[in-house]
Design a binder for this molecule. Structure first.
Ligand code: ADP
Length: 594
């Protein structure tokens, strides 16, 4: 069944013809002898059950007159009979009636007939109006029903759409969730792969570092030893050249490893108390002799508002200053080099300080200032030929200073000199923290009294070199080739200190250290070890390794070692470690080997 449309409903309502007909039917019933004609406003015949003969002009005239009079007007039919026209504004139409039975007077306005007719017409019109209203009402009811139906359908559609959307949303969320899960898994996998690659890179670095440092250890150590034997002038010169070349090769290896570490994000700064003046003075002292030979004056100055003892990484700060002062030395032929530490301001409990290394050297052209901080880049092509260098130093310093919370920059004028500077916050070391170094220094005289050292090292060349170096420092050395052998030695002998290589066959240095600490902690086990049962303090164990990374150092400490020395063993560093660690002798004063 087709739904009625709005248009069709309204079509029904304006079916004027039907209304006219019903009106006509009423009139016919009322005036049985009358001839009746219904004409439109234009005079056209609309209907006539008992038609009255009227020509068009007469009809038109009657319509106009009836309309103007808004009531009854009289006229003549074509046959001469009297007729009356009434204008029905509501339809709009004109009804023309001729009724021979009614005398002329009856047609006068206000007569019983006209009144009756008028009333009838009104009644008919009212009835029609009422019918129209009823029809309207019915139509409205139908419309309301239709609207209700449509409304219900809309609600239903909306609800269906809503459910559909909900389902779609759920589906979308499900897809999104599974996509996120998938991507998270992929990212996690990629991350694992990256970590593996990064681990491989660090292992490669560690191995490279180990492989390069082991032979360097021998070259540096033995050439140092060789130069101390009786040699002819020429031989001494060659030996020194070997030493110097080996030292610069080692520094290059260190630079490359540092850079790799920085780029892998593996370089971490230490936070230990140190004496700032000591670091700055040491750097200045390093360059004083070569500077004097050139006729250049090296000076250093620290603002007295800067605390003496600082928390931080003294080695990395020293490395930056050595690099900057080294460059200043290299590029300065006359005048002076100043290493300055100036007070800038105090912020958040820290002293913001400016470190500068100022020289009166060749200077740097303005257009090269940015480039020199890039790795492997120098101010101009002739630099390498004339001064050597690799262009790595500043790149490393830049990164180290950034790690310290500052920015390395330079002000320079060609022919006048350069000032490299950086501003970093310095934290004063709390008074209660006393560095290991200072602690050891307190008992340094006792170290001079000598002692017995166990050297645990698998490599024969290194065994020889380290033994000679340690003996020269005034100590007695016993050698063990791996961790297991070291434990055997400790079973029967007493030592003041152990130098423990990390990478060894059978039992490596970390495992051996852990075992020693286990034995120390267990009185029953300790009884079997002469070298451990008499100690009042844990045995001093210094890790000795070509692995120079921070994590290697941390791993050594974690295994229970209390010192760390990287290979190649530099005489000065060995002497320093010995002087720091050997005061432990004091706790062996009453040692009883039995
Ligand atoms: P290297 O000194 O090994 O070449 P650096 O990264 O330390 O590498 O320095 C890069 C370049 O910056 C140097 O080669 C030199 O051209 C320029 N430079 C650095 N310091 C100075 C200085 N104090 N005076 C003049 N030029 C300098």
């Amino acid at each position: 069944m087709t739904e009625p449309t709005f248009d069709s409903i309204f079509d029904d309502l304006i079916d004027v013809n039907e209304e006219l007909q019903s009106f006509l039917a009423i009139l016919e019933a009322l005036l049985p002898e009358a001839s009746i004609l219904l004409v439109s406003e234009a005079g056209t015949v609309l209907d006539g059950a008992r038609p009255l003969a009227l020509v068009q002009p007469v009809r038109e005239r009657l319509v106009q007159e009836a309309k103007a009079a808004d009531g009854f007007v009289a006229g003549k039919s074509d046959s001469g009979a009297r007729c009356h026209a009434v204008y029905l504004a509501k339809l709009p139409a004109v009804v023309i009636i001729s009724c021979a039975a009614a005398p002329e007077d009856d047609w006068r306005p206000g007569s019983a007939l006209t009144t009756l007719l008028q009333n009838t017409i009104d009644l008919a019109l009212h009835r029609q109006e009422r019918e129209m209203l009823v029809a309207d009402h019915e139509q409205s009811v139908r419309q309301i029903n239709i609207l209700q139906q449509q409304h219900g359908k809309l609600i239903e559609d909306n609800y269906r759409q809503y459910r559909l959307n909900q389902d779609r949303e759920k589906e979308y969320a499900r897809k999104l969730e599974s996509e996120i899960t998938k991507q998270t898994a992929e990212l996690r996998e990629a991350n694992v792969r990256l970590e593996e690659i990064s681990q491989l890179k660090s292992d490669f670095l560690a191995n490279m570092s180990h492989e390069l440092r082991t032979p360097m250890n021998a070259i540096i150590g033995f050439s140092e030893l060789l130069s101390e034997t009786p040699l002819a002038e020429e031989q001494l010169d060659y030996t020194r050249t070997i030493s110097q070349s080996a030292a610069s090769l080692l520094s290059l290896i260190n630079d490359i490893l540092d850079l790799a570490k920085i780029e892998a994000g593996k370089l971490e700064l230490e936070r230990l108390p140190f004496d700032l003046a000591e670091v700055v003075d040491n750097v200045a002292a390093m360059f004083k002799i070569p500077a004097r030979e050139k006729g250049v004056v090296v000076a250093c100055k620290i603002d007295n508002r800067i605390p003496k003892r600082i928390m931080g990484d003294s080695n990395r700060l020293r490395q930056v200053l050595i690099n900057l002062a080294g460059n200043a030395m290299k590029f300065t032929e006359q005048g002076g080099i100043d290493i300055l530490v100036d007070y800038e301001r105090e912020a958040a409990g820290q002293i913001v300080s400016r470190f500068s290394v100022r020289d009166s050297g060749i200077g740097i052209p303005a257009d090269r200032v940015e480039a020199i901080f890039e790795k492997f880049t120098q101010a101009d092509g002739s630099t390498t030929r004339k001064y050597g260098g690799t262009g790595l130093g500043l790149a490393i310093c830049l990164q180290l200073v950034e790690l310290m919370g500052g920015r390395l920059a330079v002000e320079s004028e060609v022919g006048k000199g350069s000032t490299f500077y950086f501003v970093i916050p310095l934290e004063e070391a709390p008074a209660e923290i006393i560095s290991l170094k200072e602690h050891k220094a307190a008992g340094r005289e006792k170290a001079a009294s000598g002692g017995r050292i166990l050297l645990v090292e698998d490599n024969a060349v290194n065994q020889r070199l380290a033994s000679i170096l340690i003996t020269r420092e005034g100590y007695e050395v016993e050698v063990a080739s791996d961790g297991a052998e070291a434990l055997e030695h400790l079973r029967h002998q007493v030592f003041d200190l152990v130098f423990m290589d990390v990478q060894m066959p059978n039992m490596d240095g970390m495992e051996a250290t852990r075992k020693i600490r286990e034995i120390e902690a267990d009185p029953a086990l300790r009884q079997d070890y002469v070298g451990l049962r008499t100690l009042k303090e844990p045995l001093a164990i210094v890790g000795l390794t070509a692995h120079a990374r921070k994590e290697d150092e941390t791993a050594c400490y974690d295994s229970g070692m209390n010192g760390f020395l990287t290979k190649p063993i530099i005489k000065a560093k060995l002497a320093m470690v010995l002087s720091e660690m050997m005061p432990r002798i004091s706790c062996l004063e009453n040692k009883d080997p039995s």
